[in-house]
Design a binder for this molecule. Sequence first.
Ligand SMILES: [Zn+2]
Length: 346
Amino acid sequence: MRAAVFHGKNDIRIDEVPDPKIEEPTDAIVRITHTAVCGSDLWFYRGLQDYPAGSRTGHEPMGVVEEVGDEVRHVQKGDFVLAPFAISDGTCEFCRAGVHTSCTHGGFWAGITDGAQGEAVRAPHADGTLVRIPEQVRDNDPLLDALFPLNDVMGTGHHAAVCAAVEPGSTVLVIGDGAVGLCGVLAAQRLGAERIIAAGHHADRLEKARAFGATDVVDTSSEDAVEEILEMTRGGARHVLECVGATSSMQQAIQLVRPGGHIGYVGVPHGPAKSGLDIISLFFKNASFRGGPAPVRAYMKELMDDVLEGTLDPSPVFDMTVDLDGVPEGYRAMDQREALKVMVKL
Ligand SMILES: [Zn+2]
């Protein structure tokens, strides 16, 4: 079969690779219909993260089950399924506690198994990992497009909002205008926030944030952005969603959280953000700082219900669609910021 393979910095190619096979009785083989290029893929694409040449890529699979191992019970051949970016068995201590990204037997696509940017994947722990999509949605393209982002960016935006303890009537600051930040705006609105301030430095994306429910937008490339937000919120927001992971955005979150408030952080910390944060400010503000890789699997059902009811539609985060051969172009377009997020339809 064919799949995207990383060959080196700025070099993704569609290569012939071995067909996936059932290796464990808990595996399933899924033929991919939808996948995507993620902002986090750009770290290795740009050579900013160690990634061995020859590695498969992609971690957002959706498609049709082609084959299941002998011990798989919850999905069967022909089922249409969505899978979170993390693989989980659904039964260990951490899965039962809702922290599926820490699953004892889990791991990531393009890590412990195939990458999702290809014609098919071997899905380990199929009963825990795969979520069935109702049969009646199968031919409804707009609904499928709306469900698809639950496997990564929408689940992650929601996790940021949950970690920031967003509640009805609250004032929320969302830092970052990438796909996760935009989904954070949507999630904050869904949880009943009254005022949502979206902060980022791309005018077009901030416009999209408004369409997603932001009541105010702030261009953070301006020197006065922090002052401006402090003024707007009269001393900081009670709920801050940090959706970037850069040192500067983490630091802004700490500066802009209100005493007694909550920061939900879901941007993978990169560079100096791994250390050197201003913990002393957090200390004196009595602010909470909670986050991590989103246990998307734990949120799948509640978010799916809303999409199926028509009250949640994150699909506008995608502004470019390619086929498998277009994956290298999708990376290039995202790297050049010509596209916000690229969907891949096979
Ligand atoms: Zn587990």
